[in-house]
Design a protein around this ligand. Structure first.
Ligand SMILES: Nc1ncnc2c1ncn2[C@@H]1O[C@H](COP(=O)(O)OP(=O)(O)OP(=O)(O)O)[C@@H](O)[C@H]1O
Ligand SMILES: [Mg+2]
Length: 410
C-alpha cells in the first residue's frame, strides 16, 4: 500500500512529511505514516497558529487521539513540550502517572487551590486585561446575563486598582472592594455611594456566590499548589469532582484554564501543549475568553487543543444565527488544525459548513470508524487513523465500565 502514491499519483495525496510525532496512518496518503507537531508545522510555514480543535461524537476517540498525541510528543521532544491538561472527567490519571505529570485535584474544600487572580506571566497590561476578562466572564456566568456598562466598569476598575498595588488578591478581596468602594471610585462613577452600591449589588452577590458556593475552596484563596513549570514534564488539573454539576462546570473550567494559561505565559521559553478536554462546557459560555487566549498562543509558545463534540458547541452561546456564526468563525480563525472525528447524520450539514468540507469529506465524516479523523492542517487535509499500541489501549481506556473483561481484545 505504501507504493500506491507512485502507482496512482493522482489518487493518493503526498504525505505531510516526517516532522513531529508518529500518530498513525494517512489513509488518503497511500497509508504512509502520519506525523504531526504544531510547532514544527508552524515553523515550516504550513500553519499560521499552533492551536487545534478535536471534534467528534461521544466515544469515537477524541480523548484517545489527544492522549496518544501528547504522549508521543513527549517521547519525541522530551522537555521541549510541556503538557498542561484540563481534565474534567478525571480520565488522564493513568497518563499522568505514566509520564510523571503533576496532578492537581480541585474540589470544594480540597487541599489544592489555585487563585485565578494570580498575575501569571506576560506583560503587565495583558495580565490585567486577562484578569478583567476572566472576572467579567465568571460574573456573567453566575448572573446569566451580560454586565451593564457600570457593572463592567466597576469590576474592571477594582481589578486594575488591585493589580496596580502589586499586592496579591483573590476573588473574595474583589468582592469586599466593590462592596465598600473607595471615594475615588464613587467620584468616577458619578453616582452617590448609595446609588453605586445598589447598581453594583448583583456583582458583589455574584462574586460572593463564586466564593461561597460555586468555586468555594478551589479558587477563592491564595494558590496552594506548587508546580515545577521550569523543569517538570507537565501538569493535569483534575476537575472531575465538579463534572456532574452543569452550573459550576463551565465556571470552574474557565477559571482553571485561565490560571493555567497565565502560568504558561510566564514560561515562554518552553513550548507548551495546553489541552482543554470537554472544552464544549466552557466554550459555550465563554467563547470570548477562549478567543483572546488563543490569540496569545504564538507570543507565548502555547498550542491550545480544544476538545468538543459538535459544531453547535462553538455557537450555542449567542442568541441569533449571525452572532453565533461570527463567534465560531472568530474562534476557528485562530485554530488552523482541525481534527474531525465521526459526526451523527444530523450534525453533518453544520459541520460541512463550519469546516468548509467537500461533498466527499462530508460523506466520510458520517462514516469514520473509531480513531479515524479528517485532519485539516492549514490548507490541506487528509484522513488519518490513529493507531494505539496495546499499552496505550490500556492506559487510555474509557470504556472499562462498558466492556466485559473476558471479551476484551488482547
Ligand atoms: N484509535 C483507537 N484505536 C483503538 N481504540 C480506540 C481508539 N480511539 C479510541 N479508542 C477507544 O475507544 C474508547 C473511547 O475513546 P475516547 O474516550 O477517546 O472517546 P471520546 O471521543 O473522548 O469520548 P467522550 O465524548 O465520551 O469523551 C476508549 O476506550 C479508547 O481506548
Ligand atoms: Mg473524551
Amino acid at each position: 500500500m505504501a507504493h500506491l502514491c507512485s502507482a496512482y499519483p493522482f489518487h493518493a495525496d503526498a504525505s505531510f512529511g516526517d516532522r513531529g510525532a508518529l500518530l498513525g496512518t494517512n489513509v488518503t496518503g497511500g497509508l504512509s505514516g502520519f506525523y504531526f507537531d504544531p510547532f514544527e508545522f508552524y515553523n515550516a510555514g504550513r500553519l499560521s497558529n499552533p492551536n487545534m480543535i478535536v471534534m467528534g461524537s461521544v466515544g469515537f476517540g477524541k480523548s484517545a487521539t489527544v492522549k496518544a498525541f501528547v504522549r508521543r510528543l513527549r517521547a519525541v521532544y522530551g522537555p521541549d513540550r510541556y503538557l498542561a491538561i484540563i481534565d474534567p472527567k478525571g480520565e488522564y490519571r493513568a497518563l499522568a502517572a505514566d509520564l510523571g505529570l503533576a496532578t492537581v485535584k480541585l474540589y470544594p474544600g480540597g487541599a489544592d487551590r489555585v487563585n485565578p487572580m494570580d498575575p501569571g506571566g506576560g506583560d503587565a497590561d495583558s495580565s490585567v486585561i486577562a484578569r478583567q476578562t476572566l472576572a467579567a466572564q465568571l460574573v456573567c456566568g453566575v448572573l446569566g446575563r451580560n454586565l451593564s456598562p457600570l457593572e463592567d466598569a466597576v469590576l474592571g476598575w477594582a481589578i486594575e486598582q488591585r493589580c496596580r498595588s502589586n499586592v496579591a488578591f483573590t476573588i473574595r478581596d474583589l468582592s469586599s472592594e466593590i462592596l465598600d468602594p473607595p471615594d475615588e471610585l464613587v467620584r468616577l462613577s458619578r453616582h452617590t455611594p448609595l446609588e453605586l452600591a445598589r447598581a453594583t449589588a448583583p456583582v458583589t452577590f455574584a462574586l460572593d456566590k463564586l466564593c461561597s458556593r460555586t468555586l468555594r475552596g478551589m479558587f477563592d484563596t491564595a494558590t496552594t499548589v506548587s508546580v515545577d513549570w521550569d523543569n517538570g514534564p507537565g501538569v493535569v488539573l483534575d476537575l472531575s469532582a465538579v463534572y456532574s454539576n452543569s452550573d459550576a462546570l463551565p465556571l470552574v473550567m474557565v477559571a482553571a484554564t485561565h490560571w493555567l494559561a497565565g502560568a504558561l505565559r510566564g514560561h515562554p521559553h518552553r513550548r507548551s501543549i495546553q489541552v482543554v478536554d470537554e472544552a464544549w462546557a466552557a466554550v459555550k459560555h465563554g467563547a470570548a475568553y477562549f478567543q483572546s487566549s488563543l490569540k496569545l498562543s504564538r507570543t507565548y509558545g502555547v498550542a491550545t487543543v480544544l476538545v468538543c463534540h459538535r459544531p453547535s458547541d462553538l455557537t450555542a452561546q449567542a442568541d441569533d444565527g449571525t452572532a453565533s456564526a461570527k463567534i465560531a468563525a472568530g474562534l476557528l480563525s485562530d485554530i488552523q488544525t482541525r481534527v474531525l472525528l465521526r459526526q451523527p447524520p444530523e450534525q453533518l450539514a453544520a459541520a460541512a459548513e463550519m469546516f468548509d468540507l467537500s461533498e466527499r469529506e462530508r460523506a466520510w465524516l458520517g462514516q469514520l470508524v473509531q480513531g479515524r479523523a479528517i485532519w485539516q492542517i492549514g490548507a490541506r487535509s487528509a484522513i488519518v487513523q490513529t493507531i494505539l499500541t496495546a499499552n496505550e489501549r490500556t492506559l487510555f481506556d474509557t470504556d472499562q465500565a462498558m466492556v466485559d473483561p473476558s471479551e476484551r481484545l488482547a
